[in-house]
Every structure is written in structure tokens, then in C-alpha cells.
Design a protein around this ligand. Structure first.
Ligand SMILES: Cc1ncc(C[n+]2csc(CCOP(=O)(O)OP(=O)(O)O)c2C)c(N)n1
Ligand SMILES: [Mg+2]
Length: 633
């Protein structure tokens, strides 16, 4: 299922698929765009494609077999592993060149949703040796979220291929999310053909100007012979610190063209060494500090610095707060992990060293300390690239470079804190107090269900290597607080862009990247509406994932604040106890509605044991709002 059999062959063109596109456009007829629609039907995407064939470009898909010699797609995501990393001669059509270039960067899966403008990429994937997996989804944002989830989990660039026009624009929120998360993602867009540019062919849109503000680079490769090198460049750029999404579109006449080209030798980004002077200055600040805190963010994991960070924290005896993908660098229960005493730690600190995450709203914009009349804390920002160092708040120090190198150098340069440090003892006590205070609600027998009870049950069932994904409002805020990962790289949240709808894409990525681990997707009932149709993708591609819907029947994170501000709310209600479990059942998965607290644990166990996509739909109390201290504004 889901393989694009027959795609890319001349016969595949002008099939009902091509007609379907014109027909879809035909729906615009009803909205009064009759003439455009008629033209699209007459000239048709299939017809455009046919023209590329008539000119003899792309007729012999068999040539694609010659592409990607030396590839071994089964080798996982290590860059270039199993691939010829030297210069390479490419032949065949542009799609085959693109696949060969991506394969060398460790890509094993293309996330996509079909469109004629990108057929050659599919043909290149089908005919690569071995073939590259095509994972076709139900909405382009899911394809990009899946590529981003892959990047977050494997720490190598993920690839999404989107068809021209609406395919690309449907991916924009997900590309923006990757931009804010510094996730290495390559988005390859189809593009209307150059030879008709300006004449108004189907789905003709100049994408790069739209994508430029949310990518490291967005450009068009017009020459068939340049496609391999351009795709290679996109992957190098996406994976080089500071990482992020890169967009490249290719006009369909170039993509369908047969040509030969030279693929340059694989380039690996060289880790940047930190400046010793900067490290010495930070070490000096540490020696003067009485109440230091170390904050570890997503780039610590993405940059492979998790071991160095753990060692630095332990050697220097620094209390640690984690966020994003930094979560799990110190495992749940570690004596130095004080995330649960976060407000005391960041409020009373006199030095906060933030590594690998921006000083954004999640970190009070970089303003720490000052609690109970104390002085403001000094702040050090450590980033993997100079342009990432905060410019909006005063810094006492900063360091730039490969994060593992920075942390190791700092560990060598700074003096460890003395055993019996009263600051550490105070924080440890606060952590114990916070955890004790939670116990009652995590075991709550209230009916309707208190959302915390779900986490009380879930954390008992989760393995150390589980991947937990949060997509929702209040329901996910609870998860962030009460699901503390045991390992890094197992927690996926949407990050500072806060885009609802990441869930199914991230879950697809997690199932592929961690075939044997539990994958738990925590979905608000509102969030579920953005991507639940992709439960169909889980079913078609046999990707068992446990979805847990915290179903309070409202957009909780909007309804409660609106009530607070106005004393009333609008546009914040959903259907009470809507049967999202039945939706997943109808799509071929399984599910159950849970209304009583005692049923949650057994239902979760059944879900994990089922081996199929399964949604546990827990009706929760809409009267309960997550007790938040910040709004993010
Ligand atoms: C794409 C997008 N649209 C709207 C929002 C605004 N928003 C943030 S949280 C939230 C409510 C989420 O509701 P739900 O998923 O049901 O979780 P709950 O808060 O009820 O637990 C909304 C609408 C957003 N963050 N992203
Ligand atoms: Mg809700």
C-alpha cells in the first residue's frame, strides 16, 4: 500500500490522477472561477507532463537504475554511511539526481503527498537501488512535520517533497515550526514549468519569496544538470549549525529532463571551536556565583552534546533545568535535575547559563533572579552560531561553537562546586516538595477525570526509551510537567512556534525512527482536528502508535484565559465527548472511549499491546485549567 506503482512511467501520466487534478480544480468552478478551471482541464497537468515526454526528456525511466550506485538505504541516518561519498556521476532524469543526492545524506524516507509536478522524484525513489521509501500522507503539513520529527529524532536532515503551489503552501506552518526549532529539514518543492512561466499554468507560484523568511535559504534550481548539486547543497546547509529548514523548488521541465551531472564529494560541517577567552570568562563568572543554574535546550541534543552536557553538569555540580529536546539529558530522578523547582531556581539564581536554546518566552526572555528583592541574575548565553546569541537582553558572557566542545572546555576551565552546597540542597528540597504535592492529583479518583490522572497512569507504563509527543494546549502543558523523560531525544513538543497539528507527523516519524520503542502521542481534542485524518497514514503504512486524547470538549488553553479576561468566552467550545476513537476505528485503526479514572490504566495497556494505531479517548473535566504563570506574550 502507498507505493507509487506505475508513477513516473509515461503511462502514469494522463491517467485519472492527472484528470483528478483538473477535476479538483473543477471544484473551483462552483466558486465562479469557471474559465481558469476549464483551461486547466484542457491543458491539464498531465498534458504539461506529456510535453516534457514529447521532447524526449524523461522517457526512459529505466535509466534511473543507474543512479545511486553504491547506495545502501538500510544503513540508517548516519550521513553518507554506506554511500559513495566521493564525487559521483549522475545520469537519468532530475528526480533521480535529487534522490541520489538525498540518499548520500542518509535519507531513507521521503514524506510526501502526490502531485504530478514531483513525479520524477517518486520515480527516482522507486528505481533507486535499493528503493527509497515513499511515505505518503493526507496533508502536506504532516509530510513536513514528519520530516522535522525525523530530524529531531535521528539528528540528520529529514526530507519532505511537496507538489507545486498548494502543496508547498500547505507545508508553510510546518516549515516555520522547523525554523523556530532549528530542525534540519529539506523541503523539495515541485514548480510549474519554466517554459510556460508567466502564462498561468496550473499551480504556478513563485515559492522562494514566501519561504525565504522561514528557511536558511530558499531558491529555485532551473537547470536539470544542477539538481543533484543543489539538493546536496540544501542538505549540507540544513545540517550545518545553526540548523534549520532549507527550501528548494525545481521547475517540472527541469525535473523531467534526462541529463548527466557530477555530484560533488560529500562535505561534512566542521565543528567550530569555541574562543578560549570566552570560556575563561564564563568559568570566572561561575567561580563568583553562589546560586548558578545551567539550562539545557534542544540544540544540546541536536548538536550531539548531551554526553558532554551531562558530564559538565555532574563534574561542576550544577543544578540543571532542561527544555525542548534537552529534556532527558539528565534523566528523570537525577539529583541535579531541578526542572520541578524551576521557579525557585530561576527566580533566586545569581547566574544562569543557558545552552542551546533561545532566551525566548519559555525562559522569561532572559530575565532571571530578582526574587524577594535579590539582584538580577547574570546571564550567559551559549549557542552553536554567533547569530543565535541573544541581543535583546544584557549578557554577562557568551560563547559560540560546537556545543560539546564548549561544554567540555568549560568543564576543564571551571572549578567544581563544593560538596554540601546549600543552594543545591535548597533546590533538591524544593523538587521533593513539588513532587510530593503532585501525588494526590496524579492518583485522582475524580469523575470526570482530572487530566493529571492520565499522566499518573501513563508514566507507570512508559519504558525508558519511549517517545512521547505532545500536541495540544493545557493537556500537553500537564504532560510537559509530569512526563519527565529518562533519555534525551524521546520528547517531541512543537517548540516556541506553538503550532497545533504537529502530532501525527511527529508520530509517523517516531514510529519509523524508533521501530521498537513505545510511541505515545498526547493529543488535545482541539489539536486532534488538525491532523487526525493522518491516522489513515498510520493504518496504510502499518505504523502502530498509541494516541491519547485528553478530551475536555473545549479549546481549553483559549477558553479559560478568555473567561478570565472577559468573564465570558466564544469560539472555544468543541463537541463534548466527541468520538475521536471512532474516527480512528473508521480509518482502520482501533480505539476506546474512557470516562472513569479506573479505566485509564487498563485502556492504555490494551492500546500499547494492540500493535495497531489506537486512540484512547479520555473524557476529562472541562472545568480544570492548567495552572500557568506565563502567557507567552
Ligand atoms: C495552528 C494553531 N491554531 C491555533 C492555536 C491557538 N491555540 C493554542 S492552544 C489552543 C487550544 C488547544 O486545545 P486542545 O488541543 O483541545 O487542548 P486543551 O487546551 O483543551 O487541553 C489553541 C486554539 C495554535 N497554537 N496553533
Ligand atoms: Mg481540549
Amino acid at each position: 500500500m502507498g507505493t507509487p506503482d506505475g508513477m513516473g512511467t509515461p503511462d502514469g501520466m494522463g491517467t485519472p490522477d492527472g484528470m483528478g487534478q483538473a477535476h479538483d480544480t473543477g471544484q473551483a468552478h462552483d466558486t465562479g472561477q469557471a474559465h481558469d478551471t476549464g483551461q486547466a482541464h484542457d491543458t491539464g497537468q498531465a498534458h504539461d507532463t506529456g510535453q516534457a515526454h514529447d521532447t524526449g526528456q524523461g522517457n526512459d525511466t529505466g535509466q534511473a537504475h543507474g543512479i545511486g550506485q553504491g547506495h545502501d538505504m538500510g544503513q540508517g541516518h548516519d550521513m553518507g554511511q554506506g554511500h559513495d561519498t566521493g564525487e559521483q556521476l549522475l545520469s537519468g532524469h532530475g528526480g533521480a539526481h535529487a534522490v541520489a543526492a538525498a540518499g548520500r545524506h542518509g535519507v531513507t524516507t521521503i514524506f510526501t503527498l502526490s502531485g504530478g509536478h514531483v513525479f520524477p522524484v517518486y520515480d527516482g525513489a522507486v528505481n533507486a537501488k535499493p528503493p527509497m521509501r515513499l511515505l505518503d500522507v493526507r496533508h502536506e503539513q504532516t509530510a513536513v512535520f514528519a520530516a522535522e520529527g525525523t530530524a529531531k529524532l535521528t539528528r540528520a536532515p529529514g526530507l519532505a517533497v511537496l507538489t507545486a503551489g498548494p502543496g508547498v503552501t500547505n507545508g508553510v506552518s510546518a516549515i516555520a515550526t522547523a525554523h523556530f526549532n532549528s530542525s534540519p529539514v529539506v523541503v523539495l518543492g515541485g514548480r510549474a514549468p519554466d517554459y510556460r512561466w508567466g502564462a498561468g499554468s496550473l499551480q504556478e507560484l513563485d515559492h522562494p519569496p514566501l519561504l525565504a523568511p522561514i528557511t536558511k535559504r530558499a531558491w529555485t534550481e532551473h537547470a536539470a544538470a544542477g539538481i543533484g548539486a543543489a539538493v546536496d547543497e540544501a542538505f549540507v546547509l540544513a545540517g550545518a549549525p545553526h540548523r534549520g529548514p532549507v527550501f528548494l523548488d525545481i521547475p517540472m521541465d527541469a525535473l523531467f529532463s534526462e541529463t548527466t551531472a557530477q555530484l560533488p564529494a560529500l562535505r561534512k560541517p566542521q565543528p567550530a571551536s569555541p574562543d578560549p577567552g570566552a570560556i575563561a570568562q564564563v568559568a570566572g563568572l561561575l567561580s563568583e556565583a553562589e546560586r548558578p543554574v545551567l539550562v539545557l535546550g534542544s540544540d544540546v541534543w541536536l548538536g550531539g552534546a548531551e554526553e558532554a552536557a551531562r558530564q559538565a553538569a555532574q563534574t561542576l555540580a550544577l543544578p540543571v533545568i532542561t527544555n525542548g529536546q534537552g529534556r532527558g539529558v539528565l534523566p528523570a530522578g537525577h539529583e541535579l535535575l531541578v526542572t520541578r523547582a524551576r521557579s525557585l531556581a530561576l527566580g533566586a539564581a545569581d547566574l544562569v547559563i543557558v545552552v542551546g536554546t533561545p532566551l525566548d518566552f519559555r525562559l522569561g526572555y532572559g530575565e532571571f533572579g530578582g526574587k524577594n528583592g535579590a539582584e538580577r541574575a547574570r546571564v550567559v548565553h551559549i549557542a552553536d552560531a554567533a547569530d543565535q546569541v541573544a541581543a535583546h537582553c544584557p549578557l554577562a558572557g557568551s560563547a559560540v561553537g560546537d556545543l560539546a566542545a564548549v561544554l567540555r572546555d568549560l568543564m576543564d576551565a571551571a572549578a567544581p562546586r563544593k560538596p554540601g552546597d546549600p543552594w543545591l540542597a535548597r533546590l533538591a528540597e524544593a523538587v521533593i516538595g513539588a513532587m510530593a504535592a503532585d501525588r494526590t492529583l496524579l492518583a485522582s479518583d475524580a469523575s470526570p477525570v482530572h487530566p493529571m490522572r492520565i499522566y499518573g497512569e501513563l508514566t507507570r507504563i512508559l519504558d525508558d526509551d519511549a517517545v512521547v509527543i505532545g500536541d495540544g494546549g493545557d493537556f500537553v502543558s500537564y504532560a510537559g510537567k509530569y512526563v519527565e523523560p529518562k533519555r534525551p531525544g524521546g520528547w517531541l513538543d512543537p517548540g516556541p512556534y506553538g503550532c497545533l497539528g504537529t502530532g501525527l507527523g511527529y508520530a509517523i516519524a517516531a514510529r519509523l525512527a524508533r521501530p521498537d520503542a513505545q510511541v505515545a502521542l498526547l493529543l488535545g481534542d482541539g489539536a486532534a482536528g488538525f491532523s487526525l485524518m493522518d491516522a489513515d497514514t498510520l493504518v496504510r503504512h502499518r505504523l502502530p502508535v498509541v494516541m491519547i486524547c485528553g478530551n475536555n470538549g473545549i479549546w481549553g488553553l483559549e477558553k479559560h484565559p478568555m473567561q478570565m479576561i472577559y468573564g465570558y468566552d466564544v469560539a472555544a467550545d468543541l463537541q463534548p465527548q466527541c468520538r475521536y476513537d471512532e474516527v480512528v476505528r473508521a480509518l482502520g485503526g482501533a480505539g476506546a472511549l474512557v470516562t472513569e479514572p479506573g479505566e485509564i490504566g487498563p485502556a492504555l495497556r490494551r492500546a500499547f499491546d494492540s500493535g495497531v494505531p489506537y486512540l484512547v479517548n479520555v473524557a476529562t473535566d472541562p472545568g480544570i485549567a492548567y495552572p500557568r504563570s506565563t502567557t507567552g506574550i
